[in-house]
Design a protein around this ligand. Structure first.
Ligand SMILES: Cc1ncc(COP(=O)(O)O)c(C=O)c1O
Length: 379
């Protein structure tokens, strides 16, 4: 049996998405910038997709800028906020994805920007009280806090933070919503946020495509200069198949969001309970309260006396894919920077199981069974 429980790293592409993309791989190949009928056909398909996507989050079409994914969208928001909006200070946390953390550090060196890190509690929640205090200082600031942590699943009260940032004219709010877009509903008009980020491969769309939502009151210049695509916001021939696939993936995600959420949540809490029964010393990272935790992620800390670093390899031998840290850092020799911020985890072996709407109870049972055999052997 093959079981894929690494959906926070990437998801399988939905078959409906493949069907939707197919004609654009063969029949409709015109360059969307060409003015002849071949180009008009694909340009039209892109604009229909943009409208569909914008409608799902209650944005205007002009507020959606297609990018190569979450990393580029994060980069664009943060870099252009510094260059075009004259931001002098970035408030963030140490457990952001590297697309945010490394970008902020890079700007600190290249543009002499102050970078302030909020402290985080044991569950990975950044201190909102500290944020409130920091915002009292009158300096152009970008607050960059992820909606959900990709490694431990902590969920930010994004509405509360947005409300807070909106009190100040000099404060912009960017949230890396890569792990939540396609999994939660968004209404940007209610949220009143400046920047949101999407990556299609996190919800059964293609890799290499995403978008940055930019509030229409802000004007950003491109980080990728070239042609006048994306209304001069991003040069380069559009990723036509990606855009078509992203719109379809969003349509599938939003068509039955509540049921998807319910199904995945049931699997997560079933797995959590069964693991706890196995050994009550097993801990769960991030908030385990359903309202404060990303429902697709179950980050588990196994006491080291019953489980060693071979657990992931052993699971892999049984055909089960899970993860230690994030996929982006798995090729690196360094450990996870997120787990490093939670020092009490030193005594635990952390494994992230991340679920999707296609996972089944049988797959979870199979996984639990294999964990039991590995862990009990270590006892
Ligand atoms: C929270 C978060 N931000 C950004 C990214 C990067 O997205 P992409 O792979 O589309 O560049 C990821 C991907 O793992 C992520 O989990």
């Amino acid at each position: 049996m093959k079981v894929y429980l690494d959906n926070a790293a990437t998801t399988s592409i939905a078959k409906e998405v493949i069907t939707e993309i197919q004609p654009y791989l063969s029949t409709y190949f015109g360059n969307p910038s060409s003015t002849h009928s071949f180009g008009r056909k694909t340009k039209n398909a892109i604009e229909i997709s943009r409208k569909k996507i914008a409608d799902f989050i209650n944005a205007d079409n002009s507020e959606i800028i297609f990018t190569s994914g979450g990393t580029e969208a994060d980069n664009m928001a943060i870099r252009r906020a510094v260059i075009d909006l004259n931001v002098k200070r970035i408030i963030t946390s140490k457990i952001e994805h590297h697309a945010v953390g490394h970008t902020a550090e890079n700007l600190k060196d290249s543009h002499n920007i102050e970078v302030v890190y909020l402290t985080t509690d044991k569950k990975g929640n950044p201190s909102i009280e500290q944020l409130k205090e920091l915002l009292k200082k009158d300096v152009k600031t970008l607050v960059s806090l992820m909606h959900a942590n990709n490694e431990i699943g902590t969920l930010l009260p994004i509405e509360e933070v947005s409300l807070l940032c909106n009190k100040y004219e000099n404060v912009y709010f960017h949230s890396d919503t890569v792990q939540t877009m396609g999994h939660y509903s968004f209404d940007v008009k209610k949220l009143k946020i400046d920047f949101l980020v999407c990556s299609a491969h996190k919800f059964h769309g293609p890799k290499g495509i995403g978008f940055l939502y930019v509030n229409k009151n802000l004007h950003l210049n491109p980080i990728i200069t070239g042609g006048s695509q994306e209304r001069n916001h991003r040069g380069g021939t559009e990723n036509l198949y990606g855009i078509i696939g992203l719109a379809k993936a969003m349509e599938l995600a939003f068509s039955d969001l509540e049921n998807h959420q319910k199904h995945v949540e049931e699997l997560k809490y079933y797995m959590k309970e069964e693991l706890y029964k196995m050994d009550s010393r097993i801990i769960f990272n991030g908030e385990t309260d359903p309202n404060k935790s990303l429902y697709t992620v179950l980050s588990v800390g196994f006491p080291k006396d019953i489980c060693n670093s071979m657990l992931l390899f052993s699971l892999d031998i049984f055909g089960i894919a899970a993860s230690g840290g994030s996929a982006c850092s798995s090729g690196s020799t360094k450990g996870s920077h997120v787990l490093a911020e939670l020092p009490f985890l030193e005594n635990f072996q952390t494994v992230r199981f991340s679920l999707c709407r296609y996972n089944t109870i049988e797959e979870v049972d199979y996984t639990l069974d294999k964990i039991k055999s590995i862990v009990l052997k270590g006892k």
